[in-house]
Design a protein around this ligand. Structure first.
Ligand SMILES: CC(C)(COP(=O)(O)OP(=O)(O)OC[C@H]1O[C@@H](n2cnc3c(N)ncnc32)[C@H](O)[C@@H]1OP(=O)(O)O)[C@@H](O)C(=O)NCCC(=O)NCCS
Length: 261
């Protein structure tokens, strides 16, 4: 994970301060980038969450004097065709994207495994991701947060929490004190992570899930909507119910994408 202290006075992230190249196999150390003028914001993923991110970020993204614009990256070029207010926005394919110096990317894919693959693939190609928190998100000033995160309105991060890269917290999602959210975590609306919890890499929490204190949820586990996790969860489990029980194994393919040629 790459962390950056959340230090903004307002709830809008200073995206230029927060955009970092992640460590890669070749560059394991944190590599702060030189802030450059942002000319284009690109939302990665044109599905439901991508459209939500577009609307939550409207008016909150800083851009340069050169006509800063917003577009989408999605390999499905028809993803926005039925949305009249979005159909005219610029669209490019993820697989064909070539990073430009003034670009800053926002990750808006909900599926953790896909999100991590695409995000890490784009970073390996030189893309720069920013993190965004809506002004109505509540974030403890000692939060450590990675790149490519989206914190929607009414999401709450309590004290001494570490949020990894490519984490999304949807409306009303809460992470309690002294918790860790691993890279790629997706916290659906009103999911409630209590204190001293560890969510490993790639965990998906459905709407209105509850994770009780001091539990650990293993990597790429999924917790069904409305479920309550009361004890540790093994990696790749699909859990449902109150209390949550394993109903199946998540067969997600979490191998990284092959590096672009
Ligand atoms: C955990 C989850 C991802 C599993 O998805 P899946 O592997 O596709 O599983 P399915 O949806 O096929 O459901 C498998 C079984 O569990 C049942 N089930 C699904 N969700 C359930 C839930 N939250 N609680 C209890 N049972 C549930 C289904 O009815 C199905 O039962 P059946 O086998 O008797 O037909 C999914 O059930 C879920 O809860 N997703 C959360 C969605 C959400 O909150 N999205 C946020 C959008 S912003």
């Amino acid at each position: 994970m790459t962390f950056r202290l959340y230090s903004g006075d307002s709830n809008v992230f200073e995206t230029q301060q927060l955009a970092y190249r992640c460590p890669t196999a070749e560059h394991p150390d944190l590599m702060p980038f030189e802030p450059t003028e942002i000319e284009r914001w690109l939302i990665v993923g044109g599905g439901g969450f991508g459209r939500e991110v577009y609307h939550w970020t409207l008016g909150h993204l800083h851009s340069g004097d050169h006509g800063g614009s917003v577009g989408f990256l999605d390999d499905n070029q028809h993803c926005l065709d039925t949305f009249p207010d979005l159909v005219s926005l610029w669209r490019g394919r993820i697989s064909e994207y070539s990073p430009q110096p003034g670009d800053r990317l926002l990750m808006a894919i909900a599926d953790p495994a896909v999100k991590l693959k695409v995000g890490e693939h784009l970073i390996a190609r030189g893309a720069l991701f920013a993190s965004f928190a809506h002004p109505k998100a509540i974030i403890s000033p000692d939060t450590l947060i990675g790149v490519g995160c989206i914190l929607c309105p009414f999401s709450v991060v309590c004290c001494n929490v570490r949020v990894g890269n490519f984490v999304s917290m949807n409306i009303g999602a809460l992470v309690g004190h002294d918790s860790i959210v691993g890279d790629g975590g997706t916290l659906s609306p009103h999911s409630d992570v209590a204190g001293q919890v560890e969510l490993e890499r790639g965990v998906f929490l459905g709407c209105q899930t509850v994770i009780l204190p001091k539990t650990k949820v293993g990597e790429f586990a999924r917790v069904g909507a409305g479920s309550v996790v009361i004890s540790n969860v093994r990696s790749h489990s699909t859990m449902m119910g109150v209390p949550a029980k394993r109903i199946s194994w998540n067969k997600t393919d979490d191998a990284p994408l092959k590096k672009a040629a």
